[in-house]
Design a protein around this ligand. Structure first.
Ligand SMILES: Cc1ncc(COP(=O)(O)O)c(C=O)c1O
Length: 409
């Protein structure tokens, strides 16, 4: 039997990122024993508290409407460029912060489909996050298209071989998540993207669960389209707006369907008819959420300072350690691993499965251990490398064991 508490302490002692943890508000809160849900809602940074109050007092209150000319109009593109540089491997001018992920999925999917006349099928997967599937169902019905649903292994995800079996000259678009929200499976983005292009299809990746925690190389992989949220590993706060990426060569050939004034060529010309702006700005619709874009800027700066490769290395070490703790403490209580064992195919969360997790999760939250639950039996342990410590993982899973034990006895 390994001394897991001792191992956690040793891992923390040699963790090159350990000092970043103090920069998050609440990381020293004795009532929060383990925050294991940074993959749903990242913790706030101390810098963000200052930024938000400074914004209200100095910018909103004093610059008032003038601030639109003094920077706000450019914020969606400026911050989009930052996300592109820090997290996506995207050159400037291809990433923009806009609406919610759901709305951006709608706009991006419709824009992609409009470029594919004569092709009537979209490849998607039944294990994707509900909003992706629901938006696709709506668009397929609206446009008279067929959805080709792939069924992936629940503790894995969609493979390039599965896509190869169904792709053809009828395929307009492939819509997948690069990290599966339930299992954490990390898809082979370059291989699927190349396969799509070999068949004349476009591909849209939902990168919600990878952005800020796994280096992405969207330009190098020639990804066509991507969307992702900013409240997970980018710590943008509840409801912070999503971003979208459109590969440069495609931008002036795609038309998104929500023709609002902010995406028009001259928003303040009050024109009679819509003419889209050139480039990525044409993918905007309405007034951008300036408040919603504040917090993510602090986390982007921190990620850049720490280095995404170093963050990924800690993410792998954290998920490995969570599996080790689970194997030793939870497997004897019949907990199964619902995530890939191969770290190269795993994102920054692991899912543990047990029929009693549905009733345990509320009690865990009350005790200050905060993972989340994904039906029918999955306890999702999200590990955010800049704010999660190894000791926190150990403490949290030790309490999971205690609760399962109590229920069983
Ligand atoms: C893969 C994925 N896509 C989309 C969303 C959410 O979309 P929205 O930001 O519109 O709520 C989530 C939320 O957890 C998600 O995990």
């Amino acid at each position: 039997m390994t001394d897991l508490a001792g191992r956690a302490a040793a891992l923390d002692a040699t963790d090159p990122l350990v000092h970043f943890r103090d920069q998050f508000i609440g990381s020293d809160d004795p009532e929060i024993i383990a925050y294991l849900d940074g993959n749903s809602l990242g913790r706030p940074l101390r810098a963000t508290r200052d930024r938000i109050s400074g914004f209200v007092d100095e910018v909103w209150a004093r610059r008032l409407i003038r601030a639109w000319d003094e920077g706000w109009m450019d914020d969606p593109i400026r911050i989009g460029n930052d996300i592109g540089r820090v997290a996506l491997g995207a050159a400037p001018g291809q990433t923009v912060v806009g609406d919610s992920t759901s709305v951006m999925l709608y706009k991006w999917i419709r824009a992609g489909l409009a470029r594919q006349p004569g092709r009537d099928e979209i490849i998607a997967d039944v294990g994707n996050f509900p909003t992706d599937r629901f938006v696709l169902e709506g668009i397929a019905a609206e446009r008279g298209l067929r959805l080709r649903w792939l069924e992936a292994d629940r503790s894995g995800g969609v493979t390039v071989e599965q896509v190869a079996q169904v792709i053809g000259s009828h395929t307009a678009l492939i819509v997948l998540s690069d990290v599966a929200y339930r299992s954490g499976y990390l898809a082979d983005v370059p291989a699927v993207t190349t396969l799509a292009h070999d068949h004349g299809a476009l591909v849209l990746w939902d990168v919600c669960h990878s952005v800020g925690v796994i280096p992405r190389r969207l330009d190098e992989w020639r990804v066509d389209l991507a969307v992702g949220c900013t409240y997970k590993y980018l710590n943008g706060g509840p409801g912070s707006p999503a971003f979208g990426y459109v590969r440069a060569e495609l931008q002036d050939r795609l038309r998104q369907p929500i023709q609002g004034w902010m995406g028009s060529a001259e928003p303040f010309a009050m024109a009679d008819h819509y003419t889209p702006s050139h480039g990525i700005r044409g993918f905007l619709s309405g007034t951008p959420s300036i408040l919603g874009m504040l917090a993510m800027q602090d986390m982007l700066a921190l990620i850049e300072q720490a280095g995404l490769e170093v963050i990924r290395a800690k993410s792998v070490a954290l998920t490995e350690f969570a599996l080790e703790v689970s194997d030793q403490l939870l497997e004897p209580l019949d907990v199964q691993i619902g995530s890939p064992r191969d770290a190269a195919r795993r994102g920054s969360h692991v899912t543990l499965e047990h029929p009693n997790f549905g009733i345990t999760v509320g009690q865990l939250w009350e005790r200050g251990v905060i993972p989340d639950f994904r039906p029918p039996d999955g306890l999702r342990i999200g590990l955010s490398p800049l704010s999660t410590s190894f000791s926190e993982v150990y403490r949290g899973l030790a309490i999971v064991r205690e609760m399962l034990w109590q229920l069983a006895s």
